[in-house]
Design a protein around this ligand. Structure first.
Ligand code: MN3
Length: 202
């Protein structure tokens, strides 16, 4: 069963003015679609075919560039769309809020750490909030389409929130102003989704 490009669950223009419709359309229908197609091509006829994306990435041979880049791209964007939502984004609450407070002391301190990780990731990549077994959370970043599920990546655990800081994610609207894009991302985080990912993976 080949991987399929997931639906966004909202319209391309739904995140405006924080993320513009043209960027969303190109990002989803071209970039994410490309990763999905190339991932399917890379695993077709190999013993990876039929495995879940989590199994593929968790046991990845990091020298397999096609699966690393396209499998990472497939997974990362699928998570990214799901943790954004224009409506009912909720607020940090419950067990996830407790874990964030235990690690960072305040929401603002968490936001600063996450934003700094996103702003200082050199070149293309992602910043993450991850949950470790037992429920502790951490912030980290990875280059290119790597993610914390992959072996030997400096951050561990399961990503529950991620921001794409490749220029294709923001350049049309924000040009070189990556920090402004990061600030805008905080307006559209779907905290209900992040909380359910926390609960499912702690
Ligand atoms: Mn992208």
């Amino acid at each position: 069963m080949a991987f399929e490009l997931p639906e966004l669950g909202y319209a391309y223009d739904a995140l405006e003015p924080n993320i513009d419709a043209r960027t969303m359309e190109i990002h989803h229908s071209k970039h994410h679609n490309g990763y999905t197609t190339k991932l399917n091509g890379a695993i077709a006829g190999t013993d990876l075919e039929g495995n879940s994306i989590e199994e593929i990435l968790g046991n990845l041979d990091m020298s397999n560039g096609a699966v690393r880049n396209n499998g990472g791209g497939f997974y990362n964007h699928s998570l990214f769309w799901s943790v954004m939502n224009p409506n009912n984004t909720g607020a940090l609450s419950g067990d996830l809020k407790d874990a964030v407070m235990a690690e960072f002391g305040s929401f603002e301190a968490f936001k600063d750490a996450f934003s700094k990780a996103a702003a200082t990731q050199f070149g293309s990549g992602w910043a993450w909030l991850c949950v470790l077994p037992g429920g502790k959370v951490e912030v980290c970043s990875t280059p290119n389409q790597d993610n914390p599920l992959m072996p030997g990546v400096t951050c561990g655990g399961t990503p529950i929130l991620g921001i794409d800081v490749w220029e294709h994610a923001y350049y049309l609207n924000y040009q070189n102003r990556r920090p402004d894009y990061i600030e805008a991302f905080f307006n559209v985080i779907n905290w209900n989704e992040v909380a359910s990912r926390y609960a499912a993976n702690k």
